[in-house]
Design a protein around this ligand. Sequence first.
Ligand SMILES: [Fe+2]
Length: 373
Amino acid sequence: MNLNSFMPVHLVTGAGCVRSSAKVLSGLGSRCLIVTGKHAAKACGALKDVTDILDENGQRWVLFDEIGQNPQLTDCMAAAEKAIGFGADFVLGIGGGSALDAAKCIAVLAANPGMTQAQLYAFDWANKPLKIVAVGTTAGTGSEVTKVSVITTPEGRKKSFHHEAIFPALSLGDPTYTMTLSPMVTRSTMVDVLAHCAESFFSRSANHLSQCYAVEGIRLLLPVFRTMAEEGFDSIDYETRETLYCASIYGGLAINVTGTCFPHTMGYLLTERFGIPHGTACAVFQPDFYEYNKAVVPELAQQFLERIGCSEEEYLALLEKLTPPCNISMSESLIAESHSRWINNGSMAKSQGTFSADMADAVLRRKFGSAQD
Ligand SMILES: [Fe+2]
């Protein structure tokens, strides 16, 4: 028996949940640093909803809206300075994974003035992070319910840290905010959800509970995927947006227990070096991940298909149809240069069997290895 888990987030979901959570929000502090990207939080209406409530509650706020697609540690440090200068006692991120992960990082940095990159990643945190609020605007990351933050270091590496102190105190998931997402962002984020669920299901750290989350996430996704494979991605109604958001939360709950496996680790390389959006970069390895598991743990792979209610043929066909294009080619020197990052990597080690650095090289070579040095 294993249902071990820890997820201490006050999660409120559904249309209008920012307004209906006004009272809970009022208890989280008196001065708020709001963290967003440049446009999405404004365009979808979330920023206005949040600031209206903060104003009504008499909570003061200041905005940092310079978080890019892959949040940079340097931007988080600048935001933390702003939080310290303002005397913020909580940080509220509005966005997809980038803004939410940045908010978690900023909450740590702002509570520990002068913290270095080394101290951040070594958990050399003298003070507890500020309280964190997450307002989701995409159906992908699941960061609303995880203790994970993925930040790009000044060396250009996407690097995650996991700590129970960075669970949001409050997460608000209103699918209305995802209505304005472009078809391409919708696609990339929803295949990220699939990646979370599939990688979690096959993780060595999976338990009964995490597999239930993972299976439920995919069972919600599949009917949407089937429809989109036939009809395209251009008009997605609210009900479908709600389903996708639900699935993203299940994906977050699943990886909160297990973490991810090799597609996420390898996907980071595609994002860093080729600018491939995160979800696409992880989804592109899902056929390889499935085939690998089928070879190493065939019974588990069979159980996976049975539980999600999908044939192997259909699963692979849907992956192919829905994963956005990733037309890159990789030189032998980049494959060689990346080799060391696959060694002693925590997420790689969560894969079943032994997924070695040589196997990672072989996957990259097979998929992308056509460019000459
Ligand atoms: Fe992801």
